[in-house]
Design a protein around this ligand. Structure first.
Ligand code: SAH
Length: 254
């Protein structure tokens, strides 16, 4: 039996993958990140499954639960919010499982950045505006390498999604305005895909104040970039004059 790291998705219980849900239904043990995983998703677990909230556990305790369950031939699901590859602290768990020779598998999930784009009904990568998405955070207790500070990243003027920084929005907006300019559109998406989802729109000049007025100080993403409103070129993929391997282009006169 194995340990499965499963992405729970951003909140909406229907945004877990089919595979993730099946594993959850089959699991003997579920260790979930209680601070962010929607409790509704735990309803997919079997009635007899043992549930542990990892918020109250150390890495060593989590590993001990995994080890004893796998030794008994049980299936373990380690449920992480969004996609486990982003700010999930899974690497230290993976490395420990490797060391102990315990089998494991990773099942991706829908990250909150994708749910935030859905909430604002915008595409991050618009031709002529940006073809790059920066996923980053401000330094907190976890440091951020100096070269990845917001003033440095803002020089690219790429579409940007800021995690884990809801309490630092004013500082973040000031730093980002250096490269983007204060007039650049910004949005704060609170609890994307949850019933209580909210979106606050503004620019880098006022987004922090607007979010503060709305009382948003956690579980939010800051989206920044002209993709939120600037004019863009239409896609060449669906341009009648542009041919690609699945569709011949319209013959042109020249
Ligand atoms: N692995 C997760 C991110 C975990 S870090 C993912 O892929 O989404 C936790 C941070 O993610 C929060 O501080 C917040 O910035 C963001 N976040 C997680 N779920 C969110 C949601 N539903 N709406 C908005 N932000 C969310």
């Amino acid at each position: 039996m194995k340990v499965y790291f499963v992405g729970a998705g951003p909140g909406d219980p229907e945004l877990i993958t089919v595979k993730g849900r099946r594993l959850l239904e089959e699991a003997d043990v579920v260790i979930y990140a209680g601070s962010l995983v929607n409790p509704e998703i735990l309803r997919y677990a079997a009635p007899g499954a043992r549930l542990y909230n990892s918020a109250a556990l150390t890495l060593e305790e989590i590993l001990a639960i995994m080890q004893s369950a796998v030794a008994k031939g049980e299936k373990v699901v380690r449920l992480h919010t969004g996609d486990p590859s982003l700010y999930g602290a899974i690497q230290e768990q993976i490395d420990a499982l490797e060391e102990q020779g315990l089998p494991y598998e990773i099942v991706p999930g829908v990250s909150s950045f994708a749910a935030a784009a859905a909430a604002v009904k915008r595409e991050f990568t618009l031709p002529g505006l940006s073809q790059t998405l920066i996923l980053t955070r401000r330094a907190g207790r976890t440091p951020v390498p100096a070269a990845e500070g917001l003033p440095a990243l803002s020089c690219h003027r790429a579409s940007l999604c800021l995690f884990l920084s809801s309490q630092d929005l004013a500082a973040a907006a000031t730093e980002l305005a250096r490269g983007y300019g204060e007039a650049t559109p910004a949005a704060v998406v609170y609890k994307a895909s949850w019933p209580e989802e909210r979106v606050i729109y503004g620019t880098l000049a006022d987004i922090a104040a607007r979010a503060r007025e709305a009382g948003i100080d956690r579980t939010a993403l800051l989206l920044v970039g002209d993709f939120l409103g600037g004019s863009y070129q239409r896609s060449r993929l669906y341009d009648p004059d542009f041919s690609h391997s699945f569709r011949p282009g319209r013959p042109t006169d020249d």
